[in-house]
Design a protein around this ligand. Structure first.
Ligand SMILES: Nc1ncnc2c1ncn2[C@@H]1O[C@H](COP(=O)(O)OP(=O)(O)OP(=O)(O)O)[C@@H](O)[C@H]1O
Ligand SMILES: [Mg+2]
Length: 216
């Protein structure tokens, strides 16, 4: 199962949602879960040291004889039952191998969550197209919703990162985008503090657990 998380505006909460989903899914998966980091913030969000070696963008930039099996050798341990495939060092990776990557991640026996970052760029589009679920992480923000409507792909569902006092409701978001809101996560200072302190992996805040339990 591949879940692709993406956004249309920076700072929406995509990395936090992706990391939390990976942690939650790992609890019920005997073989653990994998978080694929295409945006570069997942290790920091999980409170890990920056992985020093190559990552998924290096694999995308590698020659054709570097096979999909090589991806597993790039993974690092993040938490009990959770591995991260780090972003790596190639700034704008070539796209010729993106479909092979998407196929390999979708075929993985573990639940796989990809933090596709803001865009969606070409890599995110290919992963979203192959994914079991393509989740747009968005705040109830008019400017973000305009961008989402104009995006080159349509998500299969929305994770709404809800801020108190906003005029736009869940129903407005569903109405504008024409897809269901699968999860609502409140903006909660305990979440921000857990991320800042590097404690997300050790003690997942209750708000993330409650909000995301039906997202996958
Ligand atoms: N539910 C939440 N409650 C409170 N703060 C949150 C929540 N989700 C994310 N944040 C905070 O908001 C900021 C942005 O979150 P995050 O990095 O996950 O967004 P992003 O969409 O991945 O951003 P980018 O576009 O830079 O990749 C961070 O400081 C994070 O700690
Ligand atoms: Mg991010």
């Amino acid at each position: 199962m591949l879940i692709a998380c993406w956004s249309v505006k920076g700072g929406s909460g995509t990395t936090v949602v992706s990391a939390a989903l990976g942690l939650l899914l790992s609890r019920d998966a005997a073989g653990g879960a994998l978080i694929v980091d295409l945006a570069g913030d997942v290790p920091a969000a999980l409170g890990m040291a920056e992985p020093p070696g190559a990552g998924v963008t290096d694999w995308l930039a590698a020659a054709d004889d570097v096979e999909v099996d090589a991806l597993a050798r790039l993974e690092v341990d993040a938490a009990p039952g959770v591995r991260v495939l780090p972003r790596g060092s190639v700034h704008e990776p070539p796209t010729a191998r993106v479909e092979a990557l998407a196929g390999a991640l979708q075929a993985d026996e573990r639940p796989v969550v990809a933090d596709c970052g803001v865009g969606p760029g070409f890599v995110a589009q290919a992963l979203a197209a192959a994914a079991t679920r393509s989740l747009l992480v968005v705040r109830p923000c008019y400017l973000a919703l305009r961008r989402a409507v104009a995006a080159p792909i349509r998500p299969s569902g929305v994770v709404l990162v809800e801020e108190r006092g906003r005029a736009l409701s869940r129903a407005d978001v569903e109405d504008v985008l024409g897809v269901p809101v699968r999860a609502v996560v409140e903006v909660d200072s305990t979440v921000a503090r857990a991320v800042d302190a590097g404690l997300l992996a050790g003690r997942l805040p209750a708000e993330l657990e409650r909000g995301l339990k039906n997202a996958a």
